[in-house]
Design a protein around this ligand. Structure first.
Ligand SMILES: Cc1cc2nc3c(=O)[nH]c(=O)nc-3n(C[C@H](O)[C@H](O)[C@H](O)COP(=O)(O)O)c2cc1C
Length: 130
């Protein structure tokens, strides 16, 4: 899903994308938009993602007004991306796109095209802001 979203972003001329499992949170300030992917495990986001937000909060990383979105695959309830959105919006003051983008289990071709469209939309919104 992340790669398909990145491909959609790159289709907008002038957009540079970094796809990472982990970036030191202080490096996030260099980006105009941050899209966070999370699967749902036990009705929550994985502990690694929660600790990542903790680390960013402890380091006072300023993400205010940056564009943000959340996405993820799920099995039956899919809460995690919704929780991610709440954190990005309420803790970090980001300008989030709602609702989060959810795919049931593994994405098929149509879902991947929708991921790519999401990436394109986000990148275009940045161009229009510039
Ligand atoms: C141990 C475990 C717990 C899970 N708990 C949930 C859950 O609470 N809600 C849900 O919607 N999906 C749940 N799932 C399904 C995963 O969200 C789904 O398989 C998702 O596609 C995982 O993506 P990944 O395999 O890329 O990590 C669970 C899967 C596992 C293996």
């Amino acid at each position: 899903m992340a790669q398909a979203i990145a491909e959609g972003c790159r289709s907008v001329l002038g957009t540079e994308v970094d796809v990472s499992y982990y970036l030191p949170p202080e490096q996030l300030v260099a980006f105009d938009a941050i899209l966070v992917g999370s699967p749902t495990y036990h009705h929550d986001m994985p502990g690694t993602i929660k600790s990542y937000f903790e680390e960013a909060a402890v380091k006072n990383v300023n993400l205010k007004a940056k564009v943000a979105a959340a996405f993820g695959s799920y099995g039956w309830s899919g809460e995690a991306p919704k929780f991610v959105i709440e954190i990005l919006k309420n803790k970090f003051g980001m300008n989030v796109t709602e609702p989060p983008f959810l795919i049931k289990y593994a994405p098929d071709q149509t879902s991947l095209e929708r991921c790519s469209a999401l990436g394109k939309r986000v990148a275009e919104s940045l161009i229009h802001k510039a």
